[in-house]
Design a protein around this ligand. Structure first.
Ligand SMILES: CC(C)(COP(=O)(O)OP(=O)(O)OC[C@H]1O[C@@H](n2cnc3c(N)ncnc32)[C@H](O)[C@@H]1OP(=O)(O)O)[C@@H](O)C(=O)NCCC(=O)NCCS
Length: 147
């Protein structure tokens, strides 16, 4: 089941982030607390039998017409079961409800699983981001129009 995260999900979210991004966390605990309680956007969690299977963050700025998926991680043992796609679908629903015109996402060029997922979901390359991660690895900004 996918729902908005509450502060009670914080511990599990931070553990999952460490598993998904051992080298560079998308957000730390303090930032997740802020995102859950105050951000313009949604922190979405997929849970089965009370256990966290995946998390996604979608954010939008005031007056912006393009929302951003800032984070998407699925627990290793639950991958390839549609959890990532389900989280993207709910993120997109939130973005449409806000009246956003498009969604964007940034991904490491070498991250094949994520790129395949985003492409199959309708995201298309929009901009190349040279040395995006500061370690020589390039990134890609992808976009999906919502009209
Ligand atoms: C990327 C990630 C979120 C995908 O989550 P997931 O729940 O496994 O994805 P889904 O099961 O919803 O996959 C949907 C589709 O995406 C594509 N896909 C997903 N993982 C893939 C892989 N390892 N190889 C090839 N295609 C893949 C397939 O088209 C898949 O459909 P199919 O299983 O019917 O063939 C997950 O691998 C992950 O958490 N990775 C580590 C964190 C990360 O890199 N996040 C993205 C940062 S931008």
């Amino acid at each position: 089941m996918i729902a908005r995260a509450t502060l009670r999900d914080l511990d599990a979210i931070v553990l999952l982030e460490r598993e998904g991004f051992p080298d560079k966390l998308a957000y730390n605990r303090r930032q997740f607390r802020h995102l859950i309680s105050r951000a313009r956007g949604a922190v979405l969690v997929d849970k089965a039998a009370g256990a966290l299977r995946g998390v996604a963050v979608v954010l939008w700025r005031r007056d912006a017409s393009v929302g951003r998926i800032h984070d998407l991680v699925v627990r290793a043992q639950h991958r390839r079961a549609g959890v990532g796609r389900g989280l993207l679908q709910v993120a997109e629903r939130h973005a449409r409800r806000r009246g956003l015109r498009a969604l964007s996402i940034e991904v490491a060029e070498a991250n094949t699983p994520a790129r395949k997922l985003y492409e199959s979901f309708g995201f298309r390359p929009y901009k190349r981001l040279p040395d995006y991660y500061g370690d020589g690895e390039h990134g890609l900004r992808l976009r999906k129009p919502l009209e």
